[in-house]
Structure formats: structure tokens, C-alpha cells
Design a protein around this ligand. Sequence first.
Ligand code: GDP
Length: 533
Amino acid sequence: MLDTSNRPDLPPEISRRRTFAIISHPDAGKTTLTEKFLLYGGAIQMAGQVRAKGEARRTRSDFMQMEKDRGISVSASAMSFDFNNFRFNLVDTPGHSDFSEDTYRTLTAVDAAVMVVDGAKGVESQTQKLFEVCRLRDLPILTFCNKMDRESRDTFDIIDEIQENLAIDVTPASWPIGVGREFMGCYDMLNDRLELMDRADRNVVAESVQIDGLDDARLDDLIPADLLEKLREEVEMAKELLPQLDPQAVLEGHMTPIWFGSAINSFGVKELMDGIGAYGPEPQVQMAQPRKIAPEEKKVAGFVFKVQANMDPKHRDRVAFVRMASGHFKRGMKLTHVRTKKPMAISNPVLFLASDRELAEEAWAGDIIGIPNHGQLRIGDTLTEGEALRVTGIPSFAPELLQGIRAGDPLKAKHLEKALMQFAEEGAAKVFKPMIGSGFIVGVVGQLQFEVLASRIEMEYGLPVRFEQSQFTSARWVNGERQAVEKFADVNKQHISYDHDGDVVFLTRLQWDIDRVARDFPDVTLTATKEMM
Ligand code: GDP
């Protein structure tokens, strides 16, 4: 039986939870791996349903057409499933780099990440970027090297590349036997087992043979002589040259164990899942003000890391995705919405079981629940049983691209404002209202977000919009004493706008302007990030 606890003092219901995200470069196999996770988690009956489900969702919401056309995933969701004695909560991250802010916030809601790399391509740009984000939070990372059924790189090369590029120790949890067409499975280095892939049926789980070291005579019957010799040599070298698995180093984010497999052939996935259970972290302590929140605390606390609006355009509903930070939540509980100090009865929370949304009767620290609401819940909000705690570390980034936006029909300006405010609250874009003049300026991190925004405003509000070049290219939040900020705004009117929270933002085209403010206005500071609260 696997040991489920990294820390002995957690209640078993909490210590068996593993909340994680998958990070990868597009096409490495994230969707396929997710599908297999769900398959083994008993959440779906047959592989292929995740995609099929995706299709069904897309027909419901037309803006998803764009996602489909481009083959990218714009929206994130959370899925729960059981495996052995573990409860896995998998939070999906949007794959495209244009949605990095969303991804960043998603990663604040997980305790670990599974990094998927393509065995032929190694560490690709998007993997590298996402890895850096995980590193900022010292997130433990488990690695899955996928597509081993195809021609892939030399095993040592792959491991070296990860060590070099990502500056993390890599320890092999399994070792591939043969490459490409000759690939036949892996030697499970942690459990001294042979896992043999079934090429005939993609959905058949590998045959597992317990052996007694690589000198075991049974190996001669199972593996062709040349491959066996190579395997013995390589494993011996690996044991000499590569670091041994150190569970503590994994939990601290300094070491990543790597499994080799082929998601599409269902190969190596179970071993990876066992690994997430055994070496992945249980729910972690959450940073908050004025004190941290420990998962084992009796009282319930949670925070919003994502808001998804109009999941069903007919109903204008919004779902706030809440990561439970502590306690044992039960449906119907009254929690305090700390920002507004108002009580909120959580009567219809949803749990995202892979099959569909379902009412969540209960949730423990580590779980992700969805709370339908009409806009009260925003990204960064904390819910507690009364204590004024505020979860920290959920940033908002200054946009890197700015454009003016106008309603195609000038009479619909008010409608546009409403739509924009909603997208701003959802975190889909930054919206700035200039102090002088009319109209709005929209800020995003990647160009594609403009298109998504325009298409959603048209779909969900029936409002065609047009973008216009903006005279500004940078936005900075203005911080300082209220009076100082107001005075600053007053003498820089042409540069000033307000974000959707009413906070003052300095817009400019020139770095020179930003430097000038630092020099001439010592009472205020300009920042490129803002804590959501
Ligand atoms: P994502 O973009 O990371 O979600 O990648 P997908 O899961 O959609 O996979 C991208 C492509 O790689 C698809 O055509 C998959 O069928 C294929 N693929 C995924 N896993 C494997 C694998 O283990 N072996 C091979 N040969 N192809 C795979």
C-alpha cells in the first residue's frame, strides 16, 4: 500500500488529495494524457470522451469555434477523480502563450505540476515558460516523457536537456527499453518491475512483471538480447551518473522524477499516477494576510483563482473556481465573503467530475469547487467562516498590448461598458477608462486575446466592436497615499485612466515617462503588477 502522507498530522481525507496541473507545449500530449488519467480514474468509460465532451461544449458556446479552429484551449476547467486511495484534482491550464496570466493564476491553485515533454522534441518554448512560472512558486514537478513509441531522442540526452535548460535535478523513475518501433516498455526503477507495452490494443494496460534486479533470468525470455544488454548498460550508467530519487527534494521543487511512456498507448500512465500519489505533495499551506492558512484547520477557507462567465450564454451565469485552502466544506454552508464582509450561502456549489458538473455535497482542503454567482465573486477573493483572511500571491499583470475599443453602434456604448467590466472581472482583459475623453482602452498580454474578446462580446452581448490603435503602449498602476495619487493624477490627466476596480493607472508610450515619474514624483510608485483582492 502506498504511503499517502507527506506530513503525518493531516486528516486522511486531506492527505489523500493531490491537486495539480499539467504543463506542456502544445501537441506534446496533454489532452491524451488527461484522457487516460480520467480513464484510470474511472471517470470516463472509454478514451476519446474528453474530446467528444469538448465538442459538445463547443457547440453550446460559439466563441469556442475559434478555439476549435486554432486548436487551442482558451478556457480552463477542473476535474476530480479517484485513483487507488487518492483523490486527484486536475486543473486544466490554457495552453496558448497568449493566456499566460490566466495560466499563472491557475498555477496558484495547485500544489504540483506534471510536465509533459515530447520524447523527440524535448523541452520546448512553452514548457520552458510554464516551468519558470512553477519555479517562482517552488512547485514540485513530476515529468512525463511522452511519445516513446515514436523515434525519440537518446534517454540520457533528454534527461540532460531538462537538467540543463530548467536547472533542476532529474531522476529516472523508469527507463525505456528500445526506441521507436522497437520500444517495448520500461524498467520501473523504483519498484524493480518490468512494464511491457501492448501495441495491439491502445487501451490495454501494460503487463507488469515483478523481477529481482536486471540480472533476473526471466528477463532473457522477455526482452531480446541486444535490447537487454543495452538496458543493463544504461541503467547501470544512470545509477552512477544521475541523482537518486530524494522525495524531499521533489517536494521542494529541486528534483523532478521522470517517467517514460506513451499516453496514446496507455503506457506509463498508471506508473505516473502512482508516482503523483507517492511523491506528489498533499494540500499545502496557503499564503495569506494577516496569517497563513493550514489545510488541517477545522474552519473552512478558500479563494477564487478563476472566474468563468457565460459558460452557458443563455443563462449569463458565472462560475467562480474556488480552491479550498482549509477545513471540511459542506453544501449549504454560510461563508463570509471577506472583501465585502457579507455572508454568502453556498447552496449550489459544483464539483467538476470528469463526466459533468455535479453538485458538491462536500469538499476538503485541496479540492476545487465551482460557485455559480452573479458577479459577487472576483479573482483573488477569499471566503472564510468569518475570519478576515486574505489570500495573497494572486497577481494581475500589466498588459503588454493596448488598444482602444468602440461599439460598432455608438448608441450601444453603455452596453459595451457593461460587457467590458464583466470581462475585466473575469480576468480576460484589462479595461481602462481614460480620465479625459470617452471610450475605453483594453489591455491584454497576447494579440489573440483581442480577437477572443471581440468575438465573445459579439456572441454574448450581440455587440459588434472595433479596435483602434491606442496612443499608449504601457500601463502601470499608481501606488501611494490617496492624496498623493490624486495629486499625481491631476497633473498628468492625459496619461491617467481607471481600471475596473477604480484604481489609478498611468498610461504611456515611453519608458522615458515612467522614469520621469520615478524622478519627479517621489510620493507615488508605478508598478507592473497588482495584487488581486
Ligand atoms: P496537446 O496539444 O498537448 O493536448 O496534445 P494531444 O494530446 O492533443 O496530442 C497531440 C498529438 O499527438 C495527437 O495527434 C495525439 O494523438 C498524438 N499523441 C499523443 N500521445 C501520443 C503518443 O504517446 N504517441 C504518439 N505516437 N502520438 C501521441
